[in-house]
Ligand binder design. Structure first.
Ligand code: F6P
Length: 437
């Protein structure tokens, strides 16, 4: 097997020569790495992998020597894109680590995403203090608010320079990271020594080569409330069908994990797995069999599933995401129409919890995770790393070049993923719901 190495080199602003004031018992060496591939079919493959130039990530963690002298550092934090549980945990932890460990005095919070990094929008930065951030983790949303869409990198870099920013922390997903890279490129063009560090936020958990993003765990756990209600409705009426639509534009991770946690779900529809509606072996006839046999059914569908049923449009949102057809509303109509034609009375209840799964505070797991991501982001920034995002791989915190993180979206592979296999076992739905010719 040929292994194509991926360039995961992390850019540095210069040599780190200043002893860290963080006062930790031990530090992570700059040479410490995490191998990308850890699972092989047989020992020969391990040898092949090691013989090739294996892909690995730089390990995250505090460095003994840092690049920036803390007394001259002003750091900035900006939160962009859709909300996600845990943003405030991250803002708090970035501030606390900078302030108490590294003795950085000035941390600015920029309002409304990248808008807050331009003069023209006029959003005044907030000077963060212990008092301002100490309780914010108890609330959903972002104390800095957010916005979608990029701004002119030249304007942003002017603004960073005016505000004396040495390290900018950007909290966001794919679109945000592309914006961060554009800011980095502009900084580099001007020969400035400003570090930009991303922190991976998206409930969709779809960032390339990052095991998990923050907010994902809370979002799919919160989705369970809607799924439970849909199940109660489905079992509470003759031929009851409960259907829940969940977020997940390109990836079904929220939907799949919520289904696995619920254990009541009978059909899981995700963007990564094609399905047909009618014809032998397709979704609606299989749903009919289920209703005839069991008298109730529970369906969860990711918002990006079944987009082939909609006319292609080229419309995108401010983050450059394609505007999706509403698969929940579409399926509701199709299911009702199909059973009407089949002369079977059903009771279909459709729930779209929508933003309710992402505007809540982080659960305990996400809250802990946010703290680690934020602390590691601070360590990376103080060490002079740049153009990177903090990640996690094989349960170890990593540094991932932004180019690698935005190269493609992480999706679930229904042919190879243990998650999808577990969904098939849990739901009993067939491997394929494509109509047979
Ligand atoms: O990008 C994350 C996400 O939660 C997606 O799952 C969803 O499609 C999108 O945000 C919706 O957000 P908004 O309505 O703010 O664009």
């Amino acid at each position: 097997m040929i292994y194509e190495p991926i360039d995961t080199t992390i850019e540095k602003l210069g040599e780190a020569t200043i002893p860290s004031p963080a006062g930790y018992e031990y530090y992570t060496k700059d040479s410490a790495v995490v191998l990308y591939k850890a699972i092989f079919d047989n020992p020969e493959e391990v040898n092949d992998y090691h013989a090739a130039k294996p892909t690995f990530f730089e390990q995250a963690g505090p460095r003994e020597k840092i690049y920036f002298d803390p007394q001259w550092v002003t750091a900035g934090i900006v939160t962009c894109g859709g909300l996600s549980p845990g943003i405030n945990d991250v803002v708090r932890a970035v501030f606390m680590e900078l302030h108490y460990r590294y003795k950085v005095e000035r941390v600015l919070g920029f309002k409304y995403g990248y808008e807050g990094l331009t003069r023209k929008h006029g959003h005044k930065p907030i000077l963060l203090t212990h008092e301002i951030v100490s309780d914010i983790h108890n609330d959903g949303g972002s104390i800095l608010s957010s916005s979608r869409g990029g701004q002119d990198p030249a304007e942003i870099v002017d603004f960073l320079i005016e505000n004396g920013i040495k390290i900018l922390f950007t909290i966001g997903g794919d679109g945000t990271l592309k914006g961060t890279r554009a800011i980095h490129d502009e900084i580099k063009k001007r020969g400035k020594k400003i570090s930009v560090i991303g922190i991976p936020k998206t409930i969709d958990n779809d960032i390339n080569m990052i095991q998990k993003t923050f907010g994902f765990s809370t979002a799919f756990s919160k989705a369970l409330e809607a799924i439970k209600c849909a199940h109660v409705e489905a079992t509470g009426a003759p031929n009851g069908i409960g259907m829940v639509k969940l977020m997940g534009r390109h990836s079904g991770f929220i939907t799949v994990n919520a289904a696995l946690a619920s254990k009541e779900v009978n059909f899981v529809l995700i963007p990564e797995q094609d399905f047909d509606l009618e014809g032998e072996g397709a979704f609606l006839p299989i749903l009919k069999q289920r209703i005839l046999k069991r008298k109730h059914a529970l369906i969860i569908v990711a918002e990006g599933a079944g987009q082939k049923f909609f006319e292609n449009n080229d419309m995108t949102d401010a983050s450059g995401n394609k505007k999706l057809g509403d698969i929940g509303v579409f399926l509701k109509a199709k299911i009702n129409e199909y059973f009407r034609k089949e002369n079977i009375a059903i009771n279909l209840k459709y729930i779209d919890p929508s933003y309710m799964i992402r505007s809540v505070p982080a659960n305990a797991e996400d809250s802990v995770f946010c703290g680690f991501l934020a602390q590691n982001a601070v360590h990376a920034g103080m060490a002079g790393k740049t153009n990177m995002v903090v990640g996690i791989w094989n349960n170890v915190f990593t540094h991932v070049p932004i180019d690698v993180a935005v190269a493609k979206r992480k999706v679930l592979d229904p042919k190879a993923s243990y998650l999808w296999r577990a969904v098939l076992s849990s739901t009993g739905q067939p491997n394929s719901m494509i109509a047979r010719e």
